[in-house]
Design a protein around this ligand. Structure first.
Ligand SMILES: [Zn+2]
Length: 143
């Protein structure tokens, strides 16, 4: 049996709100990733009733933590090296994020010019509101 509990180098994403692990899996591009990934759904937790855990065996510089922060910045990121947790990272909402959210405004320049990258900026860090850099449309996409 494959031992998914032990990873040599990579990440253990803990305290993911239950049900969000798959969304994170796709947003991090792990469906196209050929390394070892373990998804634990609905694990019992003292802090939350249920939580998801995601374990990824990869180069520790390979994951885009900005994307993760946008999805949920309360997730605990444990960095694993040589089989032990060497660091716990705190996620901070990025000021600007590129290519993650898509602008839904049909009059936005990104709808007309398809090759333009979708860039959103952090408009309100308390409410976690991102707005399109081109037209100021609020991001309505659920991450
Ligand atoms: Zn826009």
């Amino acid at each position: 049996m494959l031992n998914v509990g032990q990873i040599e180098e990579g990440f253990v994403l803990d305290h993911i709100p239950a049900g969000k692990a798959m969304s994170i899996y796709y947003h991090l591009g792990l469906d196209k990733f050929d390394g070892c990934v373990a998804i634990i759904k609905n694990a019992r937790s003292g802090k939350l009733v249920k939580k998801d855990i995601l374990k990824v065996e990869c180069d520790i510089n390979a994951l885009d933590l900005d994307v993760l922060a946008v999805i949920d910045h309360t997730i605990t990121v444990n960095v694993v090296k040589d089989g032990v947790i060497v660091e716990k990272k705190t996620l901070v909402l990025p000021k600007e994020i590129k290519g993650v959210m898509k602008c839904k405004n049909p009059r936005c320049i990104t709808s007309i010019e398809q090759e333009l990258p979708h860039i959103f900026y952090l408009a309100d860090s308390d409410k976690e509101i991102y707005r399109c850099k081109y037209c100021d449309e609020k991001n309505s996409e659920k991450m």
